[in-house]
Ligand binder design. Structure first.
Ligand code: HPA
Ligand code: ZN
Length: 342
């Protein structure tokens, strides 16, 4: 298999699960806070390789969020992320963030969304990367905050690159009740939905999420393997899992990379895709994630192609846009296994 990092790096990639506020490079942090040292950056913006749990991991996100409270800061962070994506050969990304986390210095939630969407558009134009924005509610939010977030999606999905709705943060500490109303509204309005689940909690949490939020995709969802019936449901209903393997090792769902169920899920016929979740917090690129999959599970270009197609099929974009991106994937991947693709 091609484990040559140069080849893996050059493969066109699709990333559906990527948190803006957890993906600040050293360069952008230095731009915004010139006195920060590399050591301070490593301590504050990168989570330890092994956290006790998801809650501990998520606490490390606060440094990034603190740095994203003004228009200038938000614009810089968006621009920086596109630079990282370009280096990783990402051709389509869905970038998520929770607008209500960026109101600390006087921005309104509308301004936060408009600034991120406009900056992303600027970077789309300058880099050629296609992208959409997903707005997140958070597990610990109350019903009003969650509803405010879905109303933002409804407003901006019409004429900006906002494409969908998500729920993130600590699944273990906070049940779904406060968010049912927002997701019911999203369902009624036919707003594309994904939801973090099956990460800090097991299969029952995934079932609840599927039952009440009816998402097209699940963020992580890896603990679905704890229930065979759930795996069948995911396959039969074409629910896509946005898998972020290194992040799951970091939050200690699995001890070692080799314990991760991505290969099992792939072989079970579940639609899986590969993502970083958070480029600074997890300290990984998609290229590095692919290399680990190749080294640990023997994944080959066919696996990466299949995962990219799975992600693309479940992206919150039009069929025409999917077809265009598929041609980009095909043109590069066909070098490696032209007969099988044909
Ligand atoms: N889970 C929930 N919320 C998050 C995560 C995660 O892995 N990463 C960033 N926000
Ligand atoms: Zn996530």
């Amino acid at each position: 298999m091609e484990t040559d990092p140069k080849i893996i790096s050059s493969l066109p990639k699709i990333e559906l699960h990527l948190h803006l506020d957890c993906s600040l490079s050293l360069e952008v942090v230095k731009q915004l806070r010139p006195h920060i040292t590399e050591k301070e950056y490593n301590q504050s913006f990168i989570a330890p390789d092994k956290c006790t749990d998801l809650a501990t991991f998520l606490r490390c996100a606060s440094s990034g969020i603190e740095l994203m409270q003004t228009e200038e800061e938000l614009r810089a962070v968006v621009k920086d992320l596109f630079v990282q994506l370009k280096r990783d050969n990402v051709i389509y990304a869905e970038i998520r963030f929770a607008p209500l986390q960026h109101l600390g210095k006087g921005l309104s939630s509308e301004e936060a969304v408009e600034i991120v969407a406009e900056s992303a558009n600027d970077s789309i134009n300058s880099t050629g990367i296609k992208a959409g924005i997903i707005l997140c509610t958070l597990r610990h939010y109350n019903e009003g905050q969650s509803f405010q977030t879905i109303k933002l999606v409804e407003r901006y999905i019409k004429n900006t690159i906002v494409v969908g709705f998500d729920i993130a943060a600590n699944e273990a500490g906070y049940p779904i009740e406060a968010h049912k109303k927002a997701f019911e509204y999203a369902i009624k309005k036919d707003i594309p939905r994904t939801a973090h689940a099956g990460e800090a909690k097991g299969a029952e949490s995934v079932w609840d999420t599927l039952r009440y939020f009816k998402p097209q995709r699940i963020g992580h969802g890896v603990r679905s393997i704890e229930d065979e019936e759930l795996i069948d449901f995911l396959v039969n209903n074409e629910i896509h899992l946005e898998i972020c393997p290194t992040c799951n090792i970091q939050t200690d769902i699995y001890k070692e990379y080799s314990d991760h169920p991505i290969d099992f899920l792939y072989n079970s016929g579940v639609s899986v895709g590969v993502n970083t979740d958070a480029r600074s917090l997890v300290n990984v690129t998609l290229t590095e994630e692919y290399i680990k999959l190749a080294n640990v599970f023997g994944w080959e270009t066919e696996h990466f192609y299949k995962c990219s197609i799975n992600s693309l099929s479940h992206a919150f974009i039009t069929n025409d846009a999917k077809e265009e991106l598929k041609q980009v994937l095909l043109s590069r991947y066909s070098t490696y296994f032209v007969k099988k693709i044909a």
